[in-house]
Design a binder for this molecule. Structure first.
Ligand code: FCB
Length: 465
């Protein structure tokens, strides 16, 4: 059955600065927490770093060509804070701003809408040295940075996104240590949750102080968490607790203006949340034009009996600790397959459920799928083609899920495939490939995979056949 999307549905693809740019020491860029982390032995697979990545910093004109040839209506990218403010504070670095200014102009010349994320995880190292996201000041520094970028790029940007997946920044960065800065301090992780939320609110205010009619958003990796045994009260309670940590810790203050009571109670052993000051939740609760939703897979939880080996299949490397702060009696069970190369289960029904939930709980808030896609071990055939039917199938099934949710009332305005290019997949280095376009890491040559050709056709016909 063919599926058509409404006129004006935005077709895009997404990337992030540290994952593609390279040129880590060029153009006046300062070090970020990901430079430090990836250069620390044992932190990333094969010791991979973003020093060169896809060399997008130099190859951006070619990449713009691919964006245009795919027919993308929008391109989601992030600005690297340490390119704009090398030490995370103080005056802007002209060369860094010029780079993004040229990129934005290049997109507009090709009729592609720039969708800009201000923070996709590359915190300037100097700010981490001063306490990072566990420290309140970082939120204010973020607002300064947001204002600088807003002044520079102005109304050339179609949609401003403050943060990408603050869940990962807070819990993987400060609780499990699987991501930079690699700290395993549960109380600091909850402080980071709050300071990221605050950064979002202050960031939206800063952008709108310069650009009153700017369209603003945030991208969350909302989790679809299911109880192993829905008839068990304990399992349902495990799902509720994980939902509070994963989802409502962000949607609560950002979309409803308050932290959920159950989250504060569940984590009372870890922190008293005294880092939340009077007035903070009002700052965080800014009107948004769109909510960015990243979706890859689902999660399955139950109460842990405390005796059998604890199952921790939450889709993330555990590294030093668990990201699930204050939930030590809960276990994550591996959901049913099939799986991608990340070990993530493929379940488009979770996306339908998620979109309908947001629609129900936050009516009137338009959504955009700002990331969805899959890593598979691609092979290059002798004629140079990259046949990736599994990726095509993954994206097609998730697009059908989006269409299904829309039919049931969800207001979804666009879809961005993760990712335009194979890139530095954080702690998995270059080993996991998500791109529509293959990157040969020896030559940096770009080759369209079958999925890129297929996606171009989907865009051209505004739907699936
Ligand atoms: C998301 C990140 C993105 C990419 C995908 C696979 O969590 O936002 O940078 O790594 O996962």
């Amino acid at each position: 059955m063919s599926t058509r999307f409404p006129d004006g549905f935005l077709w895009g693809s997404a990337t992030a600065s540290y994952q593609i740019e390279g040129a880590a020491k060029e153009g006046g860029r300062g070090p970020s927490i990901w430079d430090t982390f990836s250069h620390t032995p044992g932190k990333t697979l094969n010791g991979d770093t973003g020093d060169v990545a896809d060399d997008h910093y130099h190859r951006w004109p070619e990449d713009l060509g691919h964006i245009a040839d795919l027919g993308l209506g929008a391109y989601r990218f992030s600005t690297a804070w340490p390119r704009v403010q090398p030490g995370g504070r103080g005056p802007a670095n002209r060369e860094g701003l010029d780079f993004y200014s040229r990129l934005v102009d290049g997109l507009l010349e090709r009729g592609v809408k720039p969708v800009l994320t201000l923070y996709h995880w590359d915190l300037p190292q100097d700010l981490e040295d001063a306490g990072g996201w566990a420290t309140r000041d970082t939120a204010y520094r973020f607002a300064d940075y947001a204002e600088i970028v807003a002044r520079e790029l102005g109304d050339r940007v179609d949609l401003w996104t403050t943060l990408n997946e603050p869940w990962c920044s807070a819990y993987l960065g400060y609780a499990s240590g699987a991501h930079a800065p690699g700290r395993a301090e549960p109380a600091a992780a909850l402080a980071a949750v709050h300071h990221l939320n605050l950064a979002h609110g202050l960031g939206v205010q800063a952008i709108r102080s310069v650009l009153p009619s700017a369209r603003a958003s945030v991208t969350l990796n909302l989790h679809v968490i299911r109880p192993v045994d829905p008839s068990s009260e304990e399992d349902r309670d495990a799902a509720r607790r994980v939902d509070a940590l994963a989802n409502r810790a962000f949607t609560g203050p950002m979309l409803s203006g308050a932290y959920p009571d159950d989250l504060l109670a569940d984590t009372a052993q870890v922190t008293d949340w005294s880092f939340v000051r009077s007035g903070d939740t009002q700052i965080i609760h800014q009107p948004l034009d769109v909510l960015g939703v990243n979706y890859y897979s689902t999660g399955l939880v139950r109460r842990w009996d405390g005796v059998s080996p604890r199952s921790e299949d939450d889709g993330h490397d555990d590294a030093l600790g668990s990201p699930w702060v204050g939930a030590d009696d809960i276990e994550f069970v591996r959901p049913e397959g099939p799986y991608t190369a990340m070990g993530w289960n493929i379940d488009p029904s979770g996306l339908v459920e998620l979109l309908l939930r947001v629609h129900r709980e936050h009516p009137g808030l338009p959504m955009m799928i700002t990331e969805n896609g899959a890593a598979f071990p691609d092979t290059v055939s002798p004629d140079g083609a990259v046949n990736d039917p599994l990726r095509i199938d993954y994206i097609a099934r998730h697009l059908s899920a989006v269409a299904e949710a829309m039919e049931q009332g969800a207001d979804v305005r666009g879809y961005f495939a993760w990712s335009l290019l194979d890139n530095f997949e954080w702690s998995y280095g270059y080993d996991r490939r998500f791109g529509l376009i293959r990157v040969d890491y020896d030559t940096l040559e770009r080759t369209w995979k079958d999925s890129a050709h297929w996606y171009r056709d989907v865009i051209a016909r505004n739907g699936l056949d």
